[in-house]
Design a protein. Structure first.
Length: 407
C-alpha cells in the first residue's frame, strides 16, 4: 500500500515544536505547493489542537520517503533530527493510524467528535485547492470516514461525548471555589469556543460574557452568538477590561496574549484556559498574577477518561482490524482490475475459446469484446479467477445463445 505519513502529536512533542509546523490558512495553499516540490506526488495536511500530520502517496511500493520528510522539515527551518520528534508510518501501519485518528482513539480525549470533521475539512480543502491526490490516498481517507462512523454507531465511545473544551469546563467547576466565575471572555470561532459559549449559556446563564473574534461580523452569524455581546479581537487586546476567566481557541500562528496584555486586565488574578494549538497565551513569568490552564494540564483528566472508555476502545480496535482486513482483501482480489488493458489478454483468451468452440451465430469478436468489457466493469470487486469462472459459465452454449449483446 502506497500511503505514507509523517506527523507529531502531544505525546511526542512540545507545543512549541508543533507551532513551528503550523501553516497559516492564509498562505497554506502556496506553502503546501512549495513543499510538494521536494518530490511528493500529493500532500494532505492535518492540523488539530494537539497534532500535525502530513499524508502522501509513495511513487511505488519500494519508495523510501524518509529523505522527503527530512527535506520538508528543513524547509520549516528545523534540523534533521527533528524527524525523530515525530513518527513516520507506511502502508498498513499508516492506514491503521489514520483510522485510529479519525475514530478519536489517538486524541488527547478519547471519544471527542471534532477530529473527524477536521480530517474531512482537510481533505475537502485539498480537493478544492485543485491539489493532486491519488486514488489510493483518497480511498484511505474514505475508509477512515466509514470506519469512524461505524465505531460511533456500534460502540459507546461517543456516549457522554466529551472534548478538550468539556474537560476544561469540568476544571472550571472544580476550581470555582478559588476562582469564582464572575465575568468571562471567549476568544475564537472554533468548535471548542462554541462548546464553551453553549456551556456558559446553559450552566451559568447569570454570568456576563463577551465573545471575541478577529471578524465580529462573521461571528455574529453563528447560531450560538444570539444574545451574546460580540467584540473585535483588536479592541479586546488593546482594552481587555475586566474578566475573571479567559477561554481562548483561535487559529493564530503566534501568541495573542502576553504578560503586557494581562497587565491591562482589570482583575486581581484572572484564570486563562488556552485550548489553542499553537497556544494563544505566551509563556508567562512566574511573577505574573494570571494562572494559565493549557492542553498539557488536561492530560491527567484525559487519562482518566481513557480508562473509563477502555471497553469501547477494545471494540473500536476490532472494527478497525476488520476494516483493514476487508480493504486488503479487496486489494488482493483486484490489484489491477481497474485497468482493463492489464486484464484484456485473460479475457480475450476466454473469448477466443468461445469463438473457437461455440462460434455463436451472428456474434462477432468485437461484440464479444464489448460484452467482456462491460462484464469487467460490473465485476471490479471480483478476482481474476472468479472472472474466468464467470466466462466459462457463460460459455455454456444455451447461455451464449441467450446473451443480449447490447448490455
Amino acid at each position: 500500500m502506497k500511503i505514507h505519513l509523517w506527523g507529531t502529536d502531544f505525546r511526542r512533542s512540545h507545543a512549541d515544536f508543533r507551532r513551528s509546523l503550523y501553516i497559516d490558512p492564509q498562505v497554506r495553499a502556496e506553502r503546501l505547493k512549495e513543499l510538494m516540490t521536494v518530490g511528493f506526488t500529493d500532500l494532505v495536511y492535518l492540523n488539530t489542537c494537539n497534532r500535525i500530520e502530513f499524508y502522501t502517496s509513495a511513487r511505488d511500493y519500494f519508495s523510501d520517503t524518509r529523505p522527503l520528510w527530512v527535506e520538508m522539515l528543513r524547509r520549516f527551518g528545523l534540523a534533521e533530527d527533528a524527524f525523530y520528534s515525530g513518527y513516520q508510518l507506511e502502508g498498513k501501519s499508516a492506514l491503521r493510524h489514520l483510522l485510529r485518528v479519525a475514530s478519536s482513539l489517538e486524541s488527547l480525549v478519547i471519544g471527542e467528535p471534532q477530529i473527524l470533521g477536521q480530517i474531512k475539512d482537510g481533505l475537502r480543502w485539498t480537493v478544492q485547492q485543485g491539489m493532486p491526490i491519488s486514488n489510493s490516498l483518497s480511498r484511505s481517507f474514505q475508509i477512515a470516514f466509514e470506519t469512524a462512523k461505524a465505531i460511533r454507531a456500534n460502540t459507546a465511545i461517543g456516549s457522554e461525548s466529551v472534548s478538550v473544551a468539556s474537560l476544561g469546563m469540568e476544571q472550571v467547576e472544580l476550581m470555582e471555589v478559588d476562582f469564582p466565575l464572575t465575568t468571562v471572555a471567549v476568544v475564537g470561532r472554533s468548535p471548542m469556543s462554541i462548546i464553551v459559549v453553549n456551556w456558559l449559556k446553559k450552566n451559568r446563564p447569570h454570568v456576563p460574557f463577551r465573545w471575541v473574534n478577529r471578524n465580529p461580523e462573521l461571528l455574529a452569524q453563528e447560531e450560538a452568538a444570539q444574545g451574546v455581546e460580540i467584540e473585535s479581537l483588536e479592541r479586546f487586546i488593546e482594552r481587555p477590561g475586566t474578566f475573571s476567566h479567559l477561554f481562548t481557541a483561535s487559529g493564530s500562528p503566534i501568541p495573542l496574549f502576553d504578560e503586557a496584555f494581562f497587565g491591562r486586565v482589570d482583575a486581581v488574578s484572572p484564570l486563562a484556559f488556552d485550548f489553542a494549538e499553537p497556544p494563544d497565551v505566551a509563556q508567562l513569568p512566574e511573577a505574573c498574577r494570571t494562572r494559565v490552564v493549557r492542553l498539557d494540564d488536561l492530560k491527567t483528566v484525559a487519562h482518566r477518561n481513557r480508562e473509563h472508555r477502555r471497553g469501547a476502545v477494545v471494540k473500536a480496535e476490532t472494527i478497525i482490524d476488520l476494516a483493514i482486513r476487508d480493504y486488503f482483501q479487496e486489494q488482493k482480489e483486484a490489484p489491477v482490475l481497474r485497468d482493463f488493458s492489464v486484464l484484456e489478454p485473460i479475457l480475450l483468451g476466454e473469448i477466443d475459446r468461445l469463438m473457437n468452440e461455440l462460434n455463436p451465430a451472428g456474434c462477432s469478436r468485437d461484440e464479444l469484446r464489448q460484452w467482456a468489457e462491460k462484464l469487467v466493469k460490473r465485476n471490479l470487486h471480483t478476482s481474476r479467477m472468479q472472472l474466468k469462472s464467470i466466462l466459462k459459465t457463460v460459455a455454456d452454449s444455451e447461455q451464449v445463445q441467450a446473451v443480449q449483446w447490447d448490455l
